[in-house]
Ligand binder design. Sequence first.
Ligand code: XMP
Length: 516
Amino acid sequence: VVLVVDFGAQYAQLIARRVREARVYSEIVPSTMPVAEMLAKNPKAIILSGGPSSVYAESAPSLDRSLFESGVPVFGMCYGFQLMATTLGGTVDNTGAREYGRTPLTVSKPGSTLFEGTPAEQSVWMSHGDACSAAPEGFTVTASTDVVPVAAFENDEKKLYGVQYHPEVLHSTHGQQVLEHFLYRGAGIVPNWTTHNVVEEQIAAIREQVGEKRAICGLSGGVDSAVAAALVQKAIGDQLTCVYVDHGLMRKGESEQVEKDFVAATGVQLKVVDAQERFLAALAGVSDPETKRKIIGREFIRVFEQAQAEIVAEAPDDHPVAFLVQGTLYPDIVESGGGTGTANIKSHHNVGGLPDDIEFELVEPLRQLFKDEVRMVGSELGLPDEIVHRQPFPGPGLGIRIVGEVTRDRLDLLREADAIAREELTAAGLDREIWQCPVVLLADVRSVGVQGDGRTYGHPIVLRPVSSEDAMTADWTRMPYEVLARISTRITNEVPDVNRVVLDVTSKPPGTIEWE
Ligand code: XMP
């Protein structure tokens, strides 16, 4: 394993992902973890992430010097680089000379371990206030910028490397190459981590954990729960029952996809619960987004509990239903573990999320994986592309894409508009380029239009196509005008009561991806 030491501000996750892209397994650890504990994990290398602090700030996180003397190869980035420099006797000045954003880097030692084969002038992403003016003894300076005399250094003998910039972001044009040089050349790691190994390991681990008992899994139609269920099904077969709660907030064709395609691909035992009436009744008269989310979460749990009781009642003498399968991903774990003072932006409702007082043991076979890796596992398990490459869809479904009260008529209308948008995006070959494209009905807004010969007073539909790597941040997708035009024409022609289509051109932040 390669450890990524997290100094804050979300850089660590991206680094961990880049390491895995280099086919080396990585894990994130907090910077407060004692060095002895890090070393006890037997890491093949350690990467120190960037972070928001200045090494001079009083509360700045530090690291014990013994880390650099342990013989484990270390790569410091940005804050991690400065920490390495100061800890080992180099000089970092608080000069006030800031560099932020795309910056030209001059490589002075082109044949060095990190920079071998990369150009002498390259663009890197900088974000710092302090600057390193002298490398520690025994280190060779390998690159500089106009502002920073020491922008990268290395000590091959001790296997210590550092760069002032952020190689993990795409704006650093040769960042991935530099990272791979550290892993392969610096640390001598052989890249062999694949999701294939994950499948085999997880199947064995699930069998061991569950034994002869039974498990259930809530299916939401999303990628994560589908892949988790398929993996567990492969491990324990009919000891698993999947429960699909049809809350009526799904998109067109979605329930059928779960019921037919998923079962066909996996042979899983499926229990479908039609709970449409129940959800509509619970949502009647509610327009506040957080209230909607809480109601949907609560009703889901009730239905799920009921289904669980039915499964037990149908075969009471069988082994107990002791396990709950969840499609929890690595970012969920990292975020909930490192959640110091993170604001609650929205009550995310993961279908499958249950209250504390239900006594299940959790089976979370995807807890080491990032989203793209989950997709690879899904393909490996033979799930069809329509499931594996599905764009993310929120647990509360269309319930949080109707701004205003959720009613059956409004759901039907939104379902039609959404189906048209999806059809056209697929036809234009944009499904993979666009991370997801929420289609939102502004049910409480009306505007004047003219259709046929008459005046109309209908609702707007919002298109929200976004590009993203992990949904933490996103940009609005610059998609072709012709495709937008086709979607707009079709929606206004084919969906009754909609007379306007608008495009959301807000990035995240400041806007979230969903409207509620
Ligand atoms: P936001 O709107 O917070 O969304 O920018 C980020 C990503 O999360 C999805 N999302 C949810 N997924 N349960 C989920 O399983 C939820 O309650 C939920 N709310 C938002 C959203 O579609 C986007 O991919």
